[in-house]
Design a protein around this ligand. Structure first.
Ligand code: AMP
Length: 215
């Protein structure tokens, strides 16, 4: 399947994407995960991106399109992909449309996951992430803590609160989402690709996507 997952930070895009990869081997492509990996590796791209990310601002479109142009042409994308956290602005959506036409890829659907703001705020402030950039497993101190406090079940690395998941940074990220990313819903509605799904349960969101795709 070739899908874009839209939704505010904390709407569950990453969880839904991970569940969908298990269905048909499509790969999850999270620009946030790629950028955090670059920051941890100390690359030039990581150094450029870090100051935007820590403030909860978007990284410039040109950096993101450079990453995605390469990533979408890697062989593992042929089976399908789930775009998680990209595109985030109208110029990114326009550049993606041009890129997909050029490399002859057709999207199946754009899913907008709609979750109430209070649920999102609660999820993000209680979310913890594995610090190992190759793992980035997600935990929640209330609903799914690691077995040993502060230690990743999967790889044993420390489990941390991301710098951009403090209350101030989260409020700023949600504002940025409303201003810059929410207009993509209208963009993809016009393209005839949009399916909005309201729901706080990732299982229910995945089941709706499967039935929309006739799976
Ligand atoms: P995420 O894990 O998707 O919430 O992304 C974390 C941070 O990475 C965001 O707050 C942005 O600073 C940056 N980022 C991720 N994806 C994009 C994108 N498509 N465009 C611009 N910045 C992005």
């Amino acid at each position: 399947m070739k899908l874009i997952l839209l939704g505010a930070p904390g709407a569950g895009k990453g969880t839904v994407a991970k569940m969908l990869t298990a269905i048909d081997g499509s790969v999850q492509i999270s620009t946030g995960d790629i950028l955090r990996g670059e920051v941890q590796a100390g690359s030039e791209l990581g150094r450029k991106a870090e100051e935007y990310m820590n403030k909860g601002d978007l990284v410039p479109d040109s950096l993101i399109m450079g990453i995605m142009e390469k990533r979408l042409q890697q062989p593992d994308c042929a089976q399908g992909f789930l775009l998680d956290g990209f595109p985030r602005t109208i110029p990114q959506a326009e550049a993606l449309k041009e890129l997909l036409a050029r490399i002859d890829i057709t999207l199946d659907m754009v899913v907008s996951i709609e979750v109430p703001r209070d649920v999102i705020l609660d999820r993000l402030t209680t979310r913890r992430t594995c610090a190992n950039s190759a793992c980035q497993a997600i935990y929640n101190v209330k609903s799914s803590p690691p077995q040993k406090e502060g230690v990743c079940d999967k790889c044993g690395s420390p489990v941390i609160q991301r710098d951009d998941e403090t209350v101030a940074a989260i409020n700023h990220r949600l504002e940025t989402y409303n201003q810059k990313t929410a207009p993509l819903v209208g963009f993809y509605e016009k393209e005839g690709l949009l399916k909005s799904i309201t729901g706080t349960s990732s299982d229910a969101v995945v089941n709706t996507i499967k039935s929309e795709l006739g799976m």
